[in-house]
Design a protein around this ligand. Structure first.
Ligand code: FES
Length: 181
C-alpha cells in the first residue's frame, strides 16, 4: 500500500525538476558571463581611451636642450627653442625665447623676455637711453641684468629653471625670479 502511495506521489512530481532548473541556471550564468565578458572587452578599452590622458600626470619638469655651455658669456644673449606640450588630447608646440648669461660666480641663468607690466617682449640693450638694461618698447619698463624691475613693471622678469648636463644648457618651467634683490 505504501509502495503504491509512493508511486502515486512520484508520478505527480514534475519530472526532473531539479535537473531542469540547474540546466536553466547554468545557461543563464554562461550566457550572462559571456555577454559581460564581451561587453567588457568593448567598453573597457573605450573607457581607458577616454580617461587615459586625464590619468597621465601632466609632464612637469620637462627640460629642453637649448645651447652649449661654451656659448654662454656674461653678456645676456637671446636664444629661441621649442617646447612640445601635451595637455590631455591637445598637443602643441610653443616657440619660446630666453635671455641667458653667466653671472659673476659663473652660474648660468635664463630670464623670460615677457614684460611683467602687460606682457610685451623686452630686449637687452635695445634702447640707447637705457644702456645695459632690459627695456620694454611698449610702455618703457626697465630691468637690470638680473631682471629686477626698475620702472613701470610691478615685478622682476621671470626665470627659467636651468639644468646643465654634458656641457649643454637645458631650460625648464618658468618660475618667479629668485635673483632680483
Ligand atoms: S608691457 Fe612692458 S612696459 Fe608695458
Amino acid at each position: 500500500m505504501s509502495n503504491q502511495h509512493d508511486q502515486h506521489e512520484s508520478s505527480h512530481r514534475p519530472p526532473n525538476r531539479r535537473k531542469e532548473m540547474s540546466r536553466r541556471q547554468f545557461l543563464t550564468y554562461t550566457l550572462g558571463g559571456a555577454t559581460a565578458y564581451m561587453a567588457g572587452g568593448v567598453v573597457l578599452p573605450m573607457l581607458r581611451f577616454a580617461v587615459d590622458p586625464v590619468l597621465h600626470k601632466k609632464t612637469e619638469g620637462n627640460f629642453v636642450k637649448v645651447v652649449e655651455v661654451s656659448k654662454i658669456t656674461d653678456e645676456p644673449q637671446e636664444f629661441s627653442f621649442e617646447l612640445h606640450q601635451q595637455d590631455g588630447w591637445y598637443a602643441s608646440t610653443a616657440s619660446l625665447t630666453a635671455w641667458i648669461r653667466k653671472d659673476e660666480s659663473g652660474k648660468i641663468y635664463a630670464l623670460s623676455p615677457i614684460c611683467k607690466h602687460l606682457g610685451c617682449t623686452v630686449g637687452w640693450n635695445n634702447d640707447k637711453g637705457f644702456p645695459n638694461e632690459y627695456h620694454c618698447p611698449c610702455h618703457g619698463a626697465q630691468y637690470t641684468k638680473d631682471g629686477k624691475n626698475l620702472a613701470v613693471a610691478p615685478k622682476p622678469l621671470d626665470e627659467y629653471k636651468v639644468k646643465i648636463d654634458k656641457d649643454w644648457v637645458y631650460l625648464g618651467d618658468i618660475v618667479p625670479n629668485t635673483r632680483a634683490k
